[in-house]
Design a protein around this ligand. Structure first.
Ligand code: GDP
Ligand code: MG
Length: 412
């Protein structure tokens, strides 16, 4: 549905030669409408649309790429960012059993997720135990017991008379005694957010300090998913979310909103009732699914790569012929900035992943430092660095204007 909504945006660009303020008006309106219809929350839509417009207007024309293809790529990249960029896997405790606490409203799929997570953990070669801390309905404990048997993991229960925090604490002790790697705690949900539920979750949190607190959200919740995640995050502090029932006819909006509104990633998605129907959440795969245009994306990526290679060759020629001036230098610096933060660029260089954040900050500061000196130069000086080398007067002027010392300008 979202996919068809967006298609109309690309169609508006047919016959258009370049992305401009005027030509993107209609397509952006369609993108906005498509997102709202898909139940993405309004503030998220606003930010998304403005960020896509900005990127679209700031993007260079790439030979062989049609404007609508370029816009598809920009929307894709922004969707990936919106959903957190990278996959966010489970975190495990450094020592002792990993405790995964599940929270969420009634009927969203918590108990099912417990068993699915046990299945997932077993596949990773971890031993696991389920904990029945939904003490209000005896049926809930039975359901977990049946699922535990199905997956082949033990279920820890103390019936309905003991408090969830107490049960969970005891379960952690039991897990330690049996050398169990991870426990997944099933809790009681309510139809709506309510105080008792929050207090109970806080008590469990206080008692065992869980490694992960995952909010289970039904994808069908639509617009309200955003508010739900925000509230749980403020009240108990979650480490991530699990989106269930993505196999149903949900409109996908929740998947797009969660990270943006709460700052917490979606870690898994549920796509059915079978144990194997729980998958890690990959923002790029989700974005591709939303757009349904994998071929266009790889095409644009290749074209961009070619442009980059041509730029590099141009640059090499300049360096070889000693015509590398301050303008080239500035362009290079800005290109690096365009490609993402310094740390990501450095991270892409093989063998260079041991750079510390402090070193990166230092390098970024150096770049800004140098840029301000270049900005203080005249156009002529930028093209002919030798002018500065020859004239102390010019160096002093640049130093004064950029608030640097003469020596620093000489070094540059
Ligand atoms: P809880 O109240 O949060 O513990 O929810 P349950 O785990 O009992 O699940 C409620 C219903 O949703 C059950 O019938 C599940 O089989 C179903 N369910 C859970 N996850 C999914 C899913 O990803 N897809 C579909 N189609 N159904 C699901
Ligand atoms: Mg349940």
């Amino acid at each position: 549905q979202l996919t068809t909504g967006l298609e109309s945006a690309w169609n508006k660009l047919r016959g258009v030669d370049v992305l401009t303020k005027e030509t993107i008006v209609e397509p952006m309106r369609d993108i906005r409408r498509a997102l709202l219809e898909a139940d993405v929350s309004l503030p998220v839509v606003r930010r998304f649309v403005s960020s896509v417009s900005e990127k679209a207007l700031g993007s260079d024309v790439i030979r062989g790429i049609r404007p609508e293809q370029q816009l598809v790529k920009i929307v894709h990249d922004e969707l990936v960012q919106l959903m957190g960029g990278e996959v966010s896997d489970l975190v495990f405790a450094k020592s002792g059993p990993t405790v995964i606490l599940l929270a969420g409203l009634q009927g969203v799929g918590k108990t099912t997720v417990c068993a699915k997570l046990a299945f997932y953990l077993k596949k990773l070669g971890k031993s696991c135990m389920l904990v029945a801390a939904d003490v209000y309905r005896p049926a809930a404990i039975d359901q977990l017991t049946v699922l535990g048997e199905q997956v082949g993991v033990p279920v820890y229960s103390e019936g309905t008379a003991v408090k969830p925090a107490e049960i969970t604490k005891n379960a952690v002790e039991e897990a330690k005694r049996n050398n169990i790697d991870a426990i997944v705690v099933d809790t009681a949900g309510r139809l709506q957010i309510d105080k008792t539920m929050m207090v109970e979750l806080k008590e469990v949190k206080k008692a065992v300090n869980p490694t992960e607190i995952l909010l289970v959200v039904d994808a069908m919740t639509g617009q309200e998913a955003a508010a739900l995640v925000t509230t749980f995050n403020i009240e108990i502090g979650i480490s991530g979310a699990i989106l269930t029932k993505l196999d149903g006819d949900s409109r996908g909006g929740a998947a797009l909103s969660v990270k943006e509104v709460s700052g917490k990633p979606i870690k898994f998605v549920g796509r059915g009732e079978r144990m194997e129907d729980l998958e890690l959440f990959y923002p790029d795969r989700m974005a591709q699914r939303v757009l349904g245009m994998g071929d266009v994306l790889s095409f644009v990526e290749k074209a961009q790569e070619v442009v980059r290679q041509e730029d590099t060759m141009e640059l090499q020629k300049k360096i070889m012929s000693a015509k590398f001036d301050f303008n080239d230098f500035l362009k290079q610096t800005q290109n690096v900035a365009k490609m993402g933060s310094m740390s990501r660029v450095i991270g892409m260089i093989p063998g260079m992943n041991k750079v510390t954040p402090a070193q990166i900050r230092e390098a970024e500061k150096r770049l800004a430092f140098v840029e301000s000196m270049i900005n203080a130069m005249t156009a002529e000086e930028r093209e002919k660095p030798e002018l500065l080398a020859e004239s102390r007067e010019r160096r002093i002027r640049v130093a004064e204007e950029s608030e640097k010392t003469e020596q620093e300008v000489s070094q540059l």
